[in-house]
Design a protein around this ligand. Structure first.
Ligand code: AMP
Length: 279
């Protein structure tokens, strides 16, 4: 695996593989099986895979865990070598933001709800770094996790609306990888104590219980009733593709999204749900 730390190093690494399809997986590191599954998806479509590890200061709101975010680069490099990744892009902030950390992309209405409301500026910072990474890596395909559903929707919107280095980037979505208990894998799960982990395990249980509901009201009630009382809800909602909450009479497929705080850790999850009957 080639490790590129600057734009010039990345360019010369990419130049070794002219005219080959490039699959890209952007991450913030502290890699787990969820990240590795996205790499597998990239490899299915592209002979060249680029993974980036960059903890993007612009997407952390004030008071969030930017300083504390787990940084485990050596272990990550080992995992990426085992996966036969072609290039690891490991930039410092001045490589990504040579002109200072100015926001270049705004998320718009979808970015103002739910995660965007809870984490002001988060999606603008995320889109700014993704756009910059796309310009530098020039991928044909980029893979993102369904776990971060609102992020995925915004990245699709970004890639549908503009080309990067003259290329259209195809966005591929990877399913959420879970632990044996059903908890969605997350770099932040390592913050959880044993008792907090028990509380966190009620998130997938709540999604399972909810999927047995048949109306909007029933689905939400089942999820709430199953979630451990020590999980402090930021939001629990059934939304459509534009992240608008569906009405009480909605029938069809929608997305149940949940974010909650357990101790000082914030966790997200979601599940596609079919609503069979109106209220
Ligand atoms: P992060 O390092 O948390 O920024 O995540 C990098 C990518 O991995 C994003 O596209 C996430 O949606 C994706 N991801 C995070 N957790 C999981 C998971 N449990 N399963 C699949 N993809 C994931």
């Amino acid at each position: 695996m080639i490790v590129a730390r600057t734009a010039a190093e990345l360019d010369s690494a990419l130049a070794k593989f002219p005219n080959q399809k490039v699959g890209f997986v952007p991450t913030m590191g502290a890699l787990h099986e969820g990240h590795l599954s996205l790499i597998e998806l990239a490899k299915k479509q592209c002979p060249i895979t680029v993974v980036s590890i960059f903890v993007n200061p612009l997407q952390f709101a004030k008071g969030e865990d930017f300083e504390k975010y787990p940084r485990l680069v050596e272990k990550d490099i080992e995992l990426l070598n085992q996966k036969d990744v072609t290039i690891l892009f490991l930039p410092e902030p001045d490589v990504i933001y040579p002109n200072g950390s100015e926001i270049t992309h705004h998320a718009g209405p979808v970015g103002e709800k739910f995660e965007g409301q809870q984490r002001p500026g988060h999606f603008d910072g995320m889109l700014t770094v993704v756009a910059r990474l796309f310009e530098l890596v020039q991928p044909d395909v980029a893979v993102f996790g369904e776990k971060d559903a609102q992020q995925l929707a915004l990245v699709k919107q970004l890639a549908g609306g503009q080309k990067f280095a003259g290329k259209q980037v195809e966005i591929v979505a990877g399913p959420t990888i879970r632990s044996a208990s059903g908890l969605a894998l997350s770099s932040r799960n390592r913050y959880l104590s044993a008792s907090e982990l028990q509380v966190a395990n009620s998130i997938p249980s709540a999604l399972d219980a909810a999927s047995k509901g048949t109306s909007v009201k029933e689905v939400l009630a089942l999820a709430k009733a199953t979630l451990h009382p020590e999980a402090r809800l930021d939001y629990l909602e059934l939304v459509d593709d534009t992240f608008e909450p569906v009405g009480p009479d909605f029938q069809g497929v929608c997305l149940l999204i949940i974010a909650c705080r357990i101790g000082s850790t914030r966790l997200l999850d979601n599940r596609r749900i079919r609503i069979e009957r109106s209220a």
